[in-house]
Write a protein that binds this ligand. Sequence first.
Ligand SMILES: [Mn+2]
Length: 351
Amino acid sequence: MRFIHMADVHLGAAPDGRTEWSGTRKKEIWETFRSSIEDARREQVDLLLIAGDLFHRQPLLEELREVNYLFSTLPNTRVVLIAGNHDYLQPASNYLNFSWSRNVVCLFSRECECVRFSDIETEVYGLSYYRQEIPEPLYEGIHPVQTREKCCRILLAHGGDSQHIPISREALQKSGFDYIALGHIHKPQVLIKDRAAYAGALEPIDCNDPGPHGYILGEYARGRLQIRFVRKAKREYVFLPLEVTDADTTFSLRDKLEKKIEERGWQHIYRVILQGKREPQIHFDKEKLMEFGMVLEVEDQTMPAFHLEELKRKYAGQMIGRYIESFEGHERSQIEEKALQYGLEALLTRE
Ligand SMILES: [Mn+2]
């Protein structure tokens, strides 16, 4: 039995709202989902598991039709999905009255239910969200029904923080499932080797989702389950520290940044942090550094590089000179270093 486990697709989301590429990202989320369905068809997987938050918010009817069409292109694959905290089942949710393609099963119950596929000897257990927050650890105490027949038992689960069904690794370990297909945490991660994993968001949804994204491809054979992560996302959010020296100007930083982006890839979305010491008189033009590539933000954490001996000589006997001297005679702590820098900046601007 072969399966794809995906989660947190967040169809309908438009990441990086204020940027010019936000609309593109919205389309890319749909496109990556479509292309993953194509993978499922090509790989001829028996099962497609969607562990919640397929939609970013309440799905529109036309969006459900698109999704259902894609599912219908996989007649030999069972699709099982649950609703997460983003696409939770409101009383008026379009999820509830929708008529799905024959191969689709929605586990839309508040309590854990189970669907059994005899031909592929697999059972899938799961429940859905009816409210945005569920602080109770609902998955603790859920176990597969023991039958004599050999069969792969999977739990489809969404949550893992204090407000969204807290999940403990120990409880999963003892649960008795062959595999726990998790959703909600956007960073792909394995909780128990070949037994419990977060597929992570299919495409990163906001700048707090760095690193690669995609889905999990799994196989269950002769009582043994194995999974591997498949990279699928078109882009990554990259945190990029840029080292600054007192020789740097805005244009030199622009060139340094361009080189770094060239190395790492133009497709990615960058958060740039300027670090190090700058010439005290210089102020970098952050907008200039955001003109090319996909730079989401530039944070300037640089400190002015003061030439202390020179300043001491120039302002000997005055406030600035005495201020510098008050930090001398011992190794400066990090806080003292900052106090010296900030203080000098303030005093020198007053000059
Ligand atoms: Mn979620």
